[in-house]
Design a protein around this ligand. Sequence first.
Ligand SMILES: *Cc1c(COP(=O)(O)O)cnc(C)c1O
Length: 406
Amino acid sequence: MQRFDTAHEAALALRPDDPIYCFRPEVLKADCRQFMGMFPGKTAYAVKTNGEQIVLKALVEAGVTAFDVASPGEFAAVRAVSPDAEMLYMHPVKAQSDIRLALEKYGIRVISVDHEDEVTKLTRVVRALDIDPGQITVFVRIQTKGSAAYELSKKFGAAPAYAVELAERLHRTGYKVGIAFHVGSQIEDPDTYERALATADWIRNRMDAPLAGLDVGGGFPAEYGHDPNRKKPEMPSLGQIMSRLRNDIEEYQFDEVPLVAEPGRVIVAKAFSLIVRVLLRKGRRLYINDGIWASLSDSWTGKITLPARFIPDPAIRARNGEAKNIVPFKVCGATCDSVDILSRPFWLPETVDTGDWIEIGHIGAYSLSLRTRFNGFYPDTFVEVATPFDEGKAPEGFASLETMAD
Ligand SMILES: *Cc1c(COP(=O)(O)O)cnc(C)c1O
């Protein structure tokens, strides 16, 4: 992989027409170590957030020994970077053939369920392979109470009374039993974790089985940009959220059982930026070489403001003077699909033109892991960049939350 000091340098050296992912391994390792320092248990990185080999390898180097996986593709991706990393198979709904593969080929011994039919599938495989159920920890994934905008936990999870029943059934079959929840993504209200802990506590106090572990899932917030025209939203820092979580864990006496967290976004968001090129400027519209079918799908559905930096092409001699203002542009994606238009405008210096580049920061989570081959576009070029996105020149632009008239 080619290395550069900054993305700006990479853009001017490579003059790329295709999107370029700028990977910052040192930022990734630092953010990972920071999280592990703040969480009093096992950190199992959620592979779906960004499962690139370079990411998984750097995480192993940073000391990660466990990964949250959901599919054969993710089992293989983790095994390819580490022969002995532990895998936690935390998808509550699984194909029986995948359960078999997990237990037989990958030696997975931690798994989650939220329904008795999943227990039946698991037990069929355990019996067929003649595994002692006592070697397997089954986490009952529980439903958590909704919490406004970031609530994403409605798809999975057993209701509390049913979770008690499942836990006892698992215990009777001889499994070790844990409780797991996942409250959503980009949680900015620490009460969310406390509510989930209260539900877990209710279940623990009613189940007639020892508790082998508590898995608090992911959802820890990453830092993003903010719109300089607006008041910076009040948001607790990661440190504050984690310290509150630690206190709540102690208060509910969950510090007496082995703890697991499954962070994704918080670890990998800042480790990547993306250089895109303006293929055409048409008035206040920019047509770029990436879009919702490649790196920019999830980022624009969440309530996040991505920071951006303008990289003017020095070969453009005749600019309309110096940029004084940043103005909103409608951004159209690379494919011919008419829905491939970003839902948020991009605020950029008014002189941005055909041929310029834009570096979009903090894009490591749920961006490249969601890219498709639609229309034949598949960005796949990576460079390594030494300087963190947030250092040096302040970002001149951002993808705003405001909508814009056509
Ligand atoms: C997606 C997911 C995570 C990671 O969530 P982040 O918000 O990226 O931290 C963790 N656990 C489970 C079960 C998930 O589905």
